[in-house]
Design a protein around this ligand. Structure first.
Ligand code: PGA
Length: 266
């Protein structure tokens, strides 16, 4: 039996170059201490992965990831960045299929599956994002969309590989809009994903994070839901003080009376 760890993941998107990243790291290190069973993930811009990895060297609870990678290790892909390149500067994780990649850059389910496979083959953890748009939700299509996006990854990986995959449910209508899903909305979709995994013989070990306008005010009510194993946060992760507060409030919401975090055993 392993317990899923509580995960706080910061997606900085196209913010914080190397100098701002170093300044963030210095302040953040002073504001937080490692806690057993809790991991802190950062996804800086590609040029800031190295500086952030370097700055966080002393912290075993912190890991750094890329926001996007190509599935090929090298080649004629202008503007692309490969997994060996990001691992060379310290990345141990990568986001895959973030909604901004899917909807602004036309990333397909098939490409998401290829990137996930490539990340696993290279030994880094993919954090695969799924989520429906507002039109899909309003049209009652949340369930088929989530099942299609999850299914594309399920079809691409053997069950044993899922030990190293992390998922994030991020409703597109909640990202950067200030409109977060209610804890009920989020828990319901997390259950749907969990069901799809277990129907495919995937154990309950895969952590599922929630993302979309998470902030210090709403993080506790979201994380009190046992279906949520952590959060993936954009805007509210950009200042060290704000992000440390999200982590602190969210962590307190998950502590169970017997100590440790109140997560489902898998
Ligand atoms: P947000 O972004 O917290 O700014 O809504 C979340 C994400 O896109 O991962």
């Amino acid at each position: 039996m392993t317990q899923r760890q509580l995960t706080f993941a910061a997606n900085w998107k196209m913010n914080h170059g190397p100098a701002e990243t170093r300044a963030f790291a210095e302040r953040f290190l002073a504001l937080t201490t490692p806690v057993e069973g809790r991991r802190l993930w950062f996804f800086p811009a590609a040029v800031s992965i190295g500086p952030m990895s370097e700055a966080m060297k002393s912290r075993a609870d912190v890991e750094i990831g890329a926001q996007n990678v190509h599935w090929e290790p090298k080649g004629a892909y202008t503007g692309g960045i490969s997994i060996p390149m990001v691992t060379e500067v310290g990345a141990r994780l990568t986001l895959v299929g973030h909604s901004e990649r899917r909807h602004l850059f036309g990333e397909t389910d098939e490409q998401v599956a290829r990137k996930t496979r490539a990340a696993l083959a290279a030994g880094i953890t993919p954090l695969v994002c799924v989520g429906e748009t507002l039109a899909e939700r309003d049209g009652g299509r949340t369930e088929p969309v989530i099942l299609r996006q999850t299914g594309a990854v399920l079809a691409a990986l053997p069950a044993t590989d899922w030990d190293r995959v992390v998922l994030a449910y991020e409703p597109v209508w909640a990202i950067g809009t200030g409109k977060n899903a209610t804890p009920d909305d989020a828990a319901q979709v997390h259950e749907l994903i969990r069901m799809a995994l277990s129907r495919n013989g995937i154990s309950a070990r895969v952590p599922i994070l929630y993302g979309g306008s998470v902030n210090p005010e709403n993080v506790a009510s979201l994380l009190t839901r046992p279906q949520l194993d952590g959060v993936l946060v954009g805007g509210a992760s950009l200042t060290p003080e704000g992000w440390a507060e999200v982590i602190d409030r969210g962590s307190k919401a998950k502590v169970c009376p017997s100590g440790g975090y109140d997560l489902i055993e898998g």
